[in-house]
Each structure stands twice: as C-alpha cells, then as structure tokens.
Ligand binder design. Structure first.
Ligand SMILES: [Zn+2]
Length: 338
C-alpha cells in the first residue's frame, strides 16, 4: 500500500454514540463498530470507549493493526486540530480542554488527527458524496444543533485556530434566547430539530389546538421533529405552521452564508432533512429573500448523500491528508507508532 493512500481508521464521536470504521483509500468502509458514548460517565469513560471502539473496528477489518496508518477523530464541539485539544463540547459536558489526540494516540499506539465532526462531514461529502468535484461549497448539518464546514478552493477552511464553520451560531434574532456558546439568538436555537420541538411545546402551553398533544400521549416532552412532520402531513395546522416558520429561519441562515462566502453549492445533511420537501424546498427557495439575487441565482442546493457515514468517511479523508502532509514535511512516510 502506497504511503500516500493508506488505510486508516476513523471515528465519528457523537453525544450518544461512537461510530468507528476502517476505510480504504477509495472510501470503502471495510468494517465498523458502534457503541455508546456514555457521556454522563465522564472524560475517562468516554475516551476509553473511543479507544475500545477503534480497536474493535480494526479487529473486525481483518487487517493487521500495522496496516492501519492513522486515526481520524471527528469530535463534536470547539476544538483546535493543530493542538489536538477539544475545548468544550455541549453534548459531552465533561470535556473541558481535553487533549483528545494524545489520549487516543497513547491508547492505540497510532498517530491520530483531530477534526470537528461537521468539518469532517463536509470533507466526506466533498470526497465521496453530494459535493464531488465542487471547489467552493458549504456543508450544513441540521439536527439537534446546526454545524457546518466551509470548503474553499477544494480545501477545508479551518480559520486561525481550527474553529471556523460554526454556522449554527450566526445570530438570526438580536433579542433572542441565550445560547450555550455565550451569545444569544443563534441560528440553531431557531432552525434545528431541537428548536422546532421546543416551539411546538411553547405553542401547546400557550393553548394552541393541535393533534400533537394526542400523538405524544399527552406528554409534550415526547414531541420531536419527526412527529411534527407526520402531524403536518396529516393536516395538523400548528405543525404546518411550525415547519413554515422553521423553513423561514433556515432560509435566513442560508442567505447569510451565500452573501458571505458566495459558494457554488450548499449541501444540507442531518436529521431534519428527513422531514422531506415540505421543509427544505421552501428553505432553499426563500434563501433568495435573504441574499443578493445575483449570488443566490448561481447557488445550488443539495441534500447530503452519505447519511450516517459522512462523519467517519470525512475523518478518514482528514487523517489521510494529514499523513501525506506529515510525509511531505519530514520526507518520510509516517509509520504507526506500534
Ligand atoms: Zn450560539
């Protein structure tokens, strides 16, 4: 195997689940392993789970561990890839300046390369998904929160400290709700899956009649985005209204992205895309209400193609790119530590 196209392991670390995979240079997933993150049990338990999961994926691939050249680590939250440190992660509250890269390198004996999870998904869609061949594009994932990744001239734009692409925290309501990023009125508080469910509960408390109350068995805490989508399809007025409002907020964010970055393509992934055309179609169309017409006219929109695998595939791309960079800098191939 040439050093420029090695087989690598990759991990997509979520607040609930850890997905590990072994990926070859063509983007084929040779094996996977899925386990719980157990975020509530603290940093040691979480990082032990990542190490166990990577080892299990490598074992399941049938390859010798020596054939795995490195590990791509797609992690949620704010991190600095160059330092290998995750500063904070809303879904893993115990992670506070965790030196994730060195912990995983110590636990596996392999070189590891850290990247934000949504940035990883952006690279995955660029290499194998909806953005193949595109030079300037923005990936947006809309699920419990909103994350993003910016590709400029075919390369991931990471910013001065590796933290760029936090599109979910652009402000869309100046007097809006406080956000755990420290700001308020952030896009993800108005256009994510969590946001649409929260607004449904607020409307119900305010007395709006809706089929959602019955669908949730009288417990508003059970209302989620897929339930709202089902109710809307069945003709529930409130649910249709909520989807319309969410589409408007999504459009506002897309419009801002278009004005700032002039991408040729915006790819949208994440759980909310499963709500179907009722949400995304109007959101894409109305983005023109919030951006320069000339730029909007030339921006294409697409739904992500790689589904649950965009994160691991992108983390694998990142690890491979970093291995090649390291080789270029040192003049020799980066070998596994073990
Ligand atoms: Zn925020």
């Amino acid at each position: 195997m040439a050093a420029a196209s090695p087989v690598v392991a990759a991990v997509d670390i979520g607040g609930t689940k850890i997905l590990s995979a072994v990926v070859d240079a063509a983007g084929n997933i040779l094996s996977t392993h899925l386990c719980l993150t157990e975020a509530a049990r603290g940093t040691r338990a979480t990082t032990d789970n990542i190490i166990k999961s990577v080892r299990a994926a490598i074992c399941a691939s049938g390859l010798s561990p020596r054939q795995i050249r490195g590990i791509g680590l797609g992690a949620p939250g704010i991190s600095n890839p160059a330092e290998g440190v995750v500063y904070c992660s809303p879904n893993i509250p115990d992670w506070n300046a965790v030196p994730l890269r060195s912990i995983i390198e110590d636990g596996t004996g392999k070189r590891a390369f850290l990247i934000n999870d949504a940035n990883a998904a952006a690279l995955g869609e660029l290499a194998y998904g909806a953005a193949v061949g595109v030079k300037n594009y923005v990936y947006v994932t809309v699920s419990t929160g909103i994350g993003g990744g910016i590709i400029i001239d075919g390369k991931l734009y990471t910013g001065s400290r590796g933290m760029a692409g936090e599109v979910g925290h652009m402000v869309v309501e100046p007097d809006g709700m406080p956000c755990n990023c420290g700001s308020h009125g952030c896009w993800e508080l108005y256009a994510s899956g969590t946001a649409i469910a929260r607004r449904a509960r607020e409307k119900i408390v305010a007395g709006s009649p809706t089929a959602l109350t019955g669908m949730a068995g009288g417990d508003p805490a059970r209302i989620d985005a897929p339930m709202i989508a089902r109710a809307a399809r069945a003709g529930d007025n409130l649910s249709q209204q909520l989807i319309k409002e969410t589409a408007r907020y999504l459009a506002m964010g897309f419009g801002n992205i278009i004005n700032v970055l002039n991408p040729e393509l915006i790819v949208v992934g994440g759980g909310l895309t499963k709500m179907g055309g009722a949400l995304m179609k109007p959101a894409f169309k109305q983005a023109g209400d919030w951006s320069y017409r000339e730029m909007f006219r030339r921006t294409r929109f697409a739904i992500a193609k790689l589904g649950e695998n965009s994160g691991v595939l992108g983390a694998a791309v990142w690890a491979r790119e970093k291995l090649v960079e390291t080789k270029a800098q040192t003049g020799k191939a980066t070998l596994p530590l073990s």
